[in-house]
Design a binder for this molecule. Sequence first.
Ligand SMILES: Cc1cc2nc3c(=O)[nH]c(=O)nc-3n(C[C@H](O)[C@H](O)[C@H](O)COP(=O)(O)OP(=O)(O)OC[C@H]3O[C@@H](n4cnc5c(N)ncnc54)[C@H](O)[C@@H]3O)c2cc1C
Length: 223
Amino acid sequence: MAIKNVVIIGGGISGLTTAYELTRRGHHVTVLDRRETLGGLARSVQIGDRDIERYYHFICGGDQNLIELIAELGLSARLHWRPGKTSYFVQGRMYPFTTPLDLLGFSAISLLSRIRFALHAARCRQMRNWQDIEHLTAQEWLLDTVGSEAYEVIWRPLLQIKFGRYYDQVSAPWLWHRVHRFSQSRHSLWRPEQLGYLEGGSQVLIDALAEFIVAGGGKIQGR
Ligand SMILES: Cc1cc2nc3c(=O)[nH]c(=O)nc-3n(C[C@H](O)[C@H](O)[C@H](O)COP(=O)(O)OP(=O)(O)OC[C@H]3O[C@@H](n4cnc5c(N)ncnc54)[C@H](O)[C@@H]3O)c2cc1C
């Protein structure tokens, strides 16, 4: 196999894992990033004497490649699994939203809408053929499956928070994958999902990848 010199633009998790795989195969990599700090969206910010994740990140039970990568880098002991806890804040009231029983008591929407919401979540869990919904936006798919009440109260605010003014252009497969991935962290329908967190945050993974790349002869801008 011919050894190649590869320049990777972007030192987020995609760029660093690509550089990691190439380094493992013996290629010479150079990672360039326009920021001084590596990690992209998964980077940390320093507050006082602590590094805090800029955005929250959790790992799901089905994120097999990521879990394997963490093991390869010798970080498994720093990966902790904790029961997730979700709540919805609607019209001045906080509703627990972790288990099916919580959903049953979610009186911000009608019982029929709660049932439609639950059926949609169960369908996402089972479904594999996302190609069938590729022609739909998440909004179109949700209005058709959960109905307008559950969409307006639960889904639309979440999509708006994440995507801003583009919220109605997000594809249905994105939403399916989001729910499907999350459901992989639930051992049974009645128990809360188990979510993984790296002690020290995603920065620990970013730093370990960077160290491996540099130790393998690669260059990272500024190092
Ligand atoms: C609030 C929030 C929560 C999230 N939670 C999760 C989660 O729990 N689990 C999960 O899996 N994902 C989560 N994500 C998504 C995850 O953060 C991203 O999918 C992932 O970090 C993207 O990595 P990336 O390397 O593809 O892109 P980025 O992280 O965007 O990295 C791109 C890098 O390229 C650099 N760059 C861009 N243009 C140039 C240029 N012209 N020249 C040089 N450098 C350049 C940037 O500075 C950046 O460092 C979350 C995202 C957010 C915002």
